[in-house]
Design a protein around this ligand. Structure first.
Ligand SMILES: N[C@@H](CCC(=O)N[C@@H](CS)C(=O)NCC(=O)O)C(=O)O
Length: 191
């Protein structure tokens, strides 16, 4: 989002494996100890929760959050926050990072992830972007999850419309730059 709206930013890394998210100073801006969180130094505001951050930046920049289309954009943004993110996150935990630890959880989240791919594919057969014909913060929130398609093991290519959406967003200059925001040569995985 910061690349898309061309705002200047500096990244502060929080090493989750070292528990840095629990540091007292970080918890002042992110009370649930989760990344991402931002500080807007110009306006002296700090925010946590990616959806709230996206809305804030969209309102500040006047981009990717059309006033007339907010009812629809909000729904797809909340779908990412409440369903897609948490469910694919569990799929990462059980299928990708900890296979063999719980057959039940592995199967459960694999099935949910497959259903999400199918539901997104169905929706994108009728809509260019998630919330209509314009790229919005709903797409910006959702794309990074689908960009982990290799971990999902579902086969993005089988989902023609989701793949079309993914490829279109993958080509955006800001997305390519944002994906490699740590400047370590990270490339968006192809389907
Ligand atoms: N709903 C939150 C989810 C944030 C979240 O779960 N972040 C994970 C990393 S992807 C985290 O910080 N985990 C650290 C922990 O749980 O200790 C958002 O969208 O910002």
């Amino acid at each position: 989002m910061l690349e898309e709206i061309k705002f200047e930013y500096k990244i502060t890394k929080i090493d989750l494996s070292k528990g840095e998210q629990f540091n007292i100073n970080f918890r002042k801006i992110s009370p649930l100890s989760k990344i991402p969180a931002i500080i807007d130094h110009k306006n002296n505001v700090s925010l946590f929760q990616s959806g709230a951050i996206l809305i804030y930046l969209a309102e500040l920049s006047g981009k990717f959050y059309d006033v007339k289309n907010r009812v629809l954009i909000n729904q797809w943004l909340m779908a990412q926050m409440g369903d897609l993110g948490p469910m694919l996150g569990q799929h990462h935990q059980f299928h990708h990072f900890n296979p063999g630890k719980s057959k039940f959880a592995e199967e459960r989240y694999f099935n949910i992830a497959k259903k999400l791919y199918k539901d997104l594919d169905d929706h994108l057969s009728k809509s260019t972007f998630l919330a209509g014909d314009k790229y919005s913060i709903a797409d910006i929130a959702t794309f990074p999850w689908i960009a982990r398609h290799e971990w999902h093991d579902i086969g993005l290519k089988k989902f023609e419309n989701l793949n079309r959406w993914y490829e279109a967003i993958s080509k955006r200059e800001a997305v390519i730059k944002g994906f490699d925001c740590l400047n370590q040569g990270d490339k968006i995985p192809k389907a």
